[in-house]
Design a protein around this ligand. Sequence first.
Ligand SMILES: *Cc1c(COP(=O)(O)O)cnc(C)c1O
Length: 333
Amino acid sequence: MNLAQFQRRGYVKDATPIEFLPNFSKALDNKVNIYIKRDDLLPGTAGGNKTRKLDFCIADAVAKGSDTIITCGAVQSNHCRLTLSWAVKEGLDCYLVLEERVKNSYTPQASGNNFLFQLLGVKGITVVSGGSNMMEEMEKIAEKLKAEGRKPYIIPGGASNALGALGYVSCMEEIMNQMFTQGLNFDHIVVPSGSAGTHAGIIAGMIGNNINIPVTGIGVNRPKAVQQEAVHKLANQTLDLIGVEQKVPAEKVIAFDDYVGPGYSLPTDAMVEAVKLLARSEGILLDPVYSGKAMSGLIDLVKKDYFKKGSNVLFLHTGGSPALYAYLDTFRK
Ligand SMILES: *Cc1c(COP(=O)(O)O)cnc(C)c1O
């Protein structure tokens, strides 16, 4: 696959580390060897997976002569924080539309990512109620800005369109390269699955490169069937964009919904345990909304012998630790 045909801004210069987690693996009785891909260490304010996608999406915005970025997310959105961060770096204005997926969850004084929206100098925040049509809300703002003579560019939630998903096609190729040069051989990859671009990009990278490592997605929001369909559709659109004729077999897309708990962004006991276990065994911070729940899934799957004994399992750490500071009471309990 030729990803060089697409413009990038060069936000991702070096491969993120892949680390073995000996203490964490031991805490799970050494049933499997758990490794972690440190995308939490990507560049951009406080790191995280959106940087890979924005590398492509903001390149498109810049190529089109845009001077303002509009994007959307939940009230503690890591995607909004990173989009704002890269907009700042590029000298672009940035407006955010925040969806109150949990009623009355937006507080202007909140810590975590919300604090960083202010610190990084967001130009405007519009809060809308859960279930709103986010694209329409962003278009309203774009129309207003156009009337003022601005050139806005809309990036969809999570930068999860085919262009953004290229970032994770590239990550899959990066992982293959690291496996080869570092003598690693993964039997299984576990990824968080939210707005779907990460999971879809990894799957597209697998299919497009004829790699046959099973990928298990851990959903954080939608029911299994709905999430799998979203990932499947986006993975095919991504292959299409690259110019690959192959299609993704539906059975390659697995996104469990057993670890969502009461709903998106709402804590579960297993998430709290997973965050504490990784922090206290390896000194690595997960987040309460995505990677913490995904890791709670991995832990449960290890306990249930979902992975073959002695196999090498790679967990994709997508970042998000600033959100921890909006959940102090959850972790102090
Ligand atoms: C956005 C996000 C995800 C999910 O990635 P998607 O591409 O939206 O599925 C996972 N972890 C963190 C920390 C995120 O911010």
